[in-house]
Design a protein around this ligand. Structure first.
Ligand SMILES: Nc1ncnc2c1ncn2[C@@H]1O[C@H](COP(=O)(O)OP(=O)(O)OP(=O)(O)O)[C@@H](O)[C@H]1O
Length: 333
């Protein structure tokens, strides 16, 4: 790794700058439609959006794999078109599809990856051992990767993406398919890494909880554009009040409900998704009995009632009109 590039990247306050990116596939699939955002150096940035929103296309462009039709991307202050070779040394990428060779051991996978980046000898051995240690894989380093659990294989994948000491790491849905425990453990490793190595991390995810837990900043992307961007805590705070969720027995009552309760002054917003009505209110204690009374009179059967503080899911729903977690078909094993 070239020290000049490392130094330049470390001093650059903005690690990733994306300006008005447009990418069309064929004649009419507009994957990106004026995408603009930036990521501060050292931050963990969560890139959220439903299937087909344009996340992977954006990541492919930022990592120099695909050229945009229009727009500009700078990575650590360098334009991606004119500095491809240097940028590929500056970034690490962990794609959705694993790069692990399942028949090789963890150590062999890391060693080969290091050799591809020109590392040799003791420098390579030390880096491999450090990464095995950091991801708690030392004990299994001599075992073929096909004997690893999903979480261990994913850790190995991320370790491989870090072998050349990149300053910016792109993680494309790193925890998809992992069980909740492995997912939480991986979050911990990513958090530690970002802090200790001063890494900038851009993470695409379908899991709002993941973005909420990990990211300093999130951007919600849909139809190739940023819909909203900000610190998760601040975005949630902006949705002041509580969320009252009413799960209904029959969804055919939806049409009436909005009409029946929308005049109540304590109600800020009503959203309907799947089998539930979500009511945002500053006066949940006062409103809950009133709403339940009105709906009972109107003959609406309510299965359950929940009051909660706004989550990133509620932020997502406010800006996209739908929930992400319910529409994406999460895979938990
Ligand atoms: N190589 C390609 N050829 C044609 N269309 C493509 C290609 N790659 C992506 N698309 C289309 O571009 C749009 C954006 O896709 P993209 O994969 O970037 O979205 P995404 O947000 O990453 O989705 P996912 O979460 O499912 O990975 C989609 O309509 C997709 O079908």
């Amino acid at each position: 790794m070239n020290n000049v590039h490392q130094t330049k990247c470390a001093k650059e306050p903005v690690a990733i700058k994306v300006e008005n990116l447009v990418k069309t596939y064929g004649n009419d699939v507009k994957a990106l439609d004026g995408l603009t955002f930036s990521v501060k150096a050292g931050a963990i940035f969560g890139f959220l959006g439903p299937n087909g929103a344009g996340k992977s296309t954006a990541v492919h462009i930022m990592t120099t794999l695909v050229n945009p039709d229009h727009g500009k991307v700078t990575i650590a202050g360098m334009d991606i078109i004119s500095n491809q070779a240097v940028i590929r040394q500056t970034i690490g990428c962990v794609a959705q599809k694993s790069g692990v060779d399942l028949l090789s051991t963890g150590r062999e996978n890391l060693t080969l990856q290091g050799q591809l980046y020109g590392l040799r000898g003791s420098q390579l051995r030390t880096r491999v051992s450090d990464l095995l240690e950091r991801f708690h894989l030392t004990k299994v380093a001599k075992r073929p990767a096909n004997t690893y659990s999903g979480g261990m294989q994913r850790k190995l994948d991320i370790a491989m993406g870090l072998i050349h000491r990149p300053r910016i790491l792109f993680l494309d849905e790193p925890t998809t398919g992992l069980d909740p425990e492995s997912r939480t453990a991986l979050w911990e490793s990513i958090r530690e890494l970002a802090k200790e190595e001063g890494l900038t991390v851009l993470i695409t995810t379908h899991y709002l909880e993941e973005a909420d837990q990990l990211a300093d900043e999130v951007a919600i992307i849909d139809h190739g554009k940023i819909i909203i961007k900000g610190n998760p805590e601040k975005l949630k705070e902006e949705l002041h009040g509580d969320i009252l969720q009413l799960e209904l027995s029959e969804t055919n009552s939806f049409e009436n409900i909005e009409h029946i309760i929308s005049d109540l002054p304590e109600i800020q917003e009503i959203m309907i998704e799947n089998d539930s009505v979500y009511i945002r209110t500053d006066s949940s204690a006062k409103i809950v009995a009133v709403v339940l009374g009105i709906l009972e009179k109107a003959g609406v059967n309510i299965k359950s009632t929940t009051i909660s503080r706004p989550t990133l899911d509620d932020v997502y729903m406010k800006y996209t009109g739908k929930t992400l977690s319910k529409s994406e078909g999460e895979v938990d094993s």
